[in-house]
Design a protein around this ligand. Structure first.
Ligand SMILES: O=C(O)CC1=CCC(=O)O1
Length: 259
């Protein structure tokens, strides 16, 4: 079966695979600050979630199980036996699902600005309903305000505008269906089954998935450690690109050191 996910692939074909999962409302381009560096060492495979970017938009609501199985099927199609995985927010949720349900497929896991359970459910249902009725511009200002700190937004308005455009370019039905996946998501009981060494990165100023959510993941995943980035809101990889690259490379290099 051909994958329903749009893939963006960079780096040497024979290098170890690093999969990057993006946040709700973004697409592969979210990872542009990291790809030039990471693709020197890895076969970097970025995917757009179902309902996002250039991926298929099957009818919603979606579940984390659906999003995770879609990625797993894609890795099967590509004949990739194992990967390193880094995901931010919704991308991190899929990463937790994958590492818990297919532990032999994930060697090193990095979870950025994410949560294992993200309420209140009513808020996500309301967001999905608004987007279905009025489109993504209706929620864009509020969402983008959580993506960047005020200082970054003031200093880099073009970056903020580009990410806002990425958000509003998504199909409303697909975005809403992914909001509904968050409504029903509770990965907390699964976290104890993750065997991959896990780096959890939080933005100190992230109002969407606060540091406490990262601490909860670290408390439940057996081999996890936490890094908190100062001056970073939700899209911490955009706001602190070098630090995120350094942390990801260090995390994977620990495996090489362990032999
Ligand atoms: O869109 C938000 O408010 C923040 C968010 C939650 C999951 C995700 O990927 O982004």
């Amino acid at each position: 079966m051909t994958s329903r996910l749009r893939l963006t692939v960079d780096g040497p074909p024979a290098a170890p695979v690093l999969v990057l999962g993006s946040s709700l409302g973004t697409a592969a381009a979210m990872w542009e600050p990291q790809v030039p560096v990471l693709a020197q060492r890895f076969r970097v495979i970025r995917y757009d979630h179902l309902g996002h970017g250039g991926s298929a938009v099957p009818p919603g609501p979606y579940t984390l199980d659906l999003l995770g199985r879609e990625l797993l099927r894609t890795l099967d199609d590509l004949d990739v036996p194992w990967v390193h995985y880094a995901g931010l927010s919704l991308g991190g949720m899929v990463g937790m699902w994958l590492a818990a349900h297919a532990p032999d497929r994930v060697r090193r896991l990095a979870l950025l600005c994410t949560s294992a359970s993200l309420g209140p459910a009513e808020q996500w249902r309301a967001r999905a309903a608004t987007v279905r009725a009025e489109g993504l511009p209706a929620i864009a200002d509020a969402v983008v305000a959580r993506w960047f700190t005020p200082a970054f937004a003031a200093a880099r308005p073009a970056v903020v505008a580009a990410h806002r455009a990425m958000l509003t370019a998504n199909p409303p039905a697909g975005y809403a269906a992914c909001c509904e996946a968050i409504v029903t998501m509770d990965l907390r009981p699964d976290l104890g089954r993750i065997t991959a060494p896990t780096l959890v990165i939080a933005g100190a100023d992230d109002p969407a998935t606060p540091v406490a959510h990262a601490r909860e993941i670290v408390g439940r995943v057996p081999r996890a450690r936490l890094a908190v980035l100062d001056a970073a809101a939700h899209l911490a990889n955009v706001e602190q690109p070098e630090q995120v690259c350094r942390l990801l490379l260090q995390h994977v290099d620990e495996e090489r050191g362990a032999g």
